[in-house]
Design a protein around this ligand. Structure first.
Ligand code: SF4
Length: 426
């Protein structure tokens, strides 16, 4: 028994954890395979962020259990950390359960298998990840206490990953041909708060000093913690794409306080103005929750006005999901699903118009683009304003001889709500 596969659910942070596990197991002599049916060990990296994510993870475990035969089923990640006992009881086909950040324990567990070779192999490139970009996790956990969120409970307090480790990983990716590094953490503005005199701006500058032609993208910045130094660093470094993902969750002070979030509508407006002034052409993405307990119709309408006023380039909207073990779970005034659905649809409809308008403004302009995917005579590319797996793409038709990972100049020719079409200029 030697072959293993990893099924990854949830956020990019899980993608990074799966990659580390694959590298460690490969270095120990196990062989990574993509196909489930060729695997002797099936690892499932689970998520429990909201109910939908939990269900998806459970479905995946049940499917794997159904086709288990004589392979071993090993579950790890957020869901198993939180509901380990229940999972073991309800799904006896699971052979082993691990939590978050337990690669060491998994490796120990794997050593018991007879065929384990113990031979160090070459480090393995995780083929399930695309050839153009890599997520780099710069911190673990979260020390905030947003009342709707279970993450701090599951992933523990915020811990920055040492800069040397991050830079080494980044160098390795760039030298292997990766064209975009995407920095992730629950809140990247906190980076370095537990290190002496080294924060996000310093890390960004060090990353940008790695030689090579690549982009750096930043995901998840807490709105009130984006300071002058971060803004200036993004503005001044060409390698950092002018794209910021700033989850705000709401605009109304009463709801923000109930959510345990910092800042006010006024603070957020001011911050966005400051960012747009300092970084011309910046693409801004945010996420909001509708139907948080006690949210009134008036508060919801003010949130809609706020979104209209700020004209985000990208917007993620979530219907509040009641999570056991969170403070908001026991709040009185839970909102009926039908109301959440209506509020969700209303925002999405308005945002679709904003997005179409923003996309139309790109038509006729030239941009640097990164080719992510090539198939027969078409290809998909991304501009600085597109985060992979989250935003749209640029579709290129009737093309030939393109390779994933190539950087080109494109002219945008057509715009839709989500995607764009373009042609190659050079
Ligand atoms: S900042 Fe808030 S929402 Fe984000 S992970 Fe931390 S507690 Fe959860």
């Amino acid at each position: 028994m030697k072959n293993f596969t990893v099924i990854t659910l949830g956020c990019p942070k899980n993608t990074v954890d799966s990659r580390h596990l694959i590298n460690e197991l490969t270095a120990e002599g196990f062989l990574y395979v993509e196909e489930f049916k060729k695997a002797d060990f099936v690892f499932i990296n689970t998520c429990c962020f909201i109910n939908d994510a939990k269900e998806e993870s459970i479905d995946e475990i049940l499917t794997a259990a159904k086709f288990k035969t004589d392979r071993l089923l090993i579950v790890f990640g957020c869901l198993s950390k939180r509901y380990g006992d229940e999972l073991k009881k309800e799904i006896p086909e699971i052979d082993a359960l691990f939590g978050v950040d337990e690669t060491g324990k998994i490796l120990n567990y794997m050593k018991q298998f007879k065929e384990y070779s113990g031979k160090k192999l070459q480090e393995f490139q995780y083929t399930a990840e695309p050839p153009t970009y890599r997520y780099i996790k710069i911190a673990e956990g979260c020390s905030r206490r947003c009342s709707f969120c279970i993450i701090p409970e599951v992933r523990g307090p915020f811990r920055s990953i040492e800069p040397e480790k991050i830079l080494k990983e980044a160098e390795k990716f760039i030298s292997s041909g990766i064209k975009e590094l995407i920095l992730v953490a629950q809140d990247i503005t906190q980076y370095g708060k537990d290190l002496k005199g080294y924060g996000l701006p310093e890390l960004l500058k060090d990353l940008c000093s790695i030689s090579g032609d690549f982009w750096v993208r930043l995901l998840y910045l807490y709105p009130t913690e984006i300071d002058e130094a971060i803004i200036q660093t993004v503005a001044e470094n060409d390698k950092i794409v002018k794209y910021l993902d700033i989850p705000m969750q709401h605009s109304e002070e009463r709801i923000l306080r109930l959510m345990g979030r910092r800042g006010t509508r006024k603070d957020y407006l001011k911050k966005i103005r400051q960012i747009r002034e300092a970084i011309p052409g910046v693409t801004l993405r945010s996420t909001f929750i509708v139907g948080f307990p006690t949210e009134t119709e008036d508060e919801f309408q003010r949130l809609v006005d706020f979104i209209e006023e700020l004209q985000f380039d990208r917007l993620g909207v979530f219907k509040y999901s009641r999570e056991e073990g969170t403070k908001a779970y026991s709040l009185k005034g839970q909102i009926p699903e039908s109301v959440k659905n209506r509020r969700f649809d209303e925002i999405m409809k308005r945002q679709a118009l904003i997005s179409l308008e923003k996309n139309r403004a790109l038509v006729g302009k030239n941009f640097d683009a990164l080719i992510d995917y090539v198939d027969a005579d078409m290809a998909m590319a991304r501009l600085y304003c597109h985060a992979p797996e989250i935003d749209g793409v640029v579709i290129l038709e009737n093309v030939s001889n393109l390779k994933a990972g190539e950087k080109l100049k494109l002219l945008i020719t057509e715009a839709y709500e989500y995607d764009l079409k373009g042609v190659i200029v050079s």
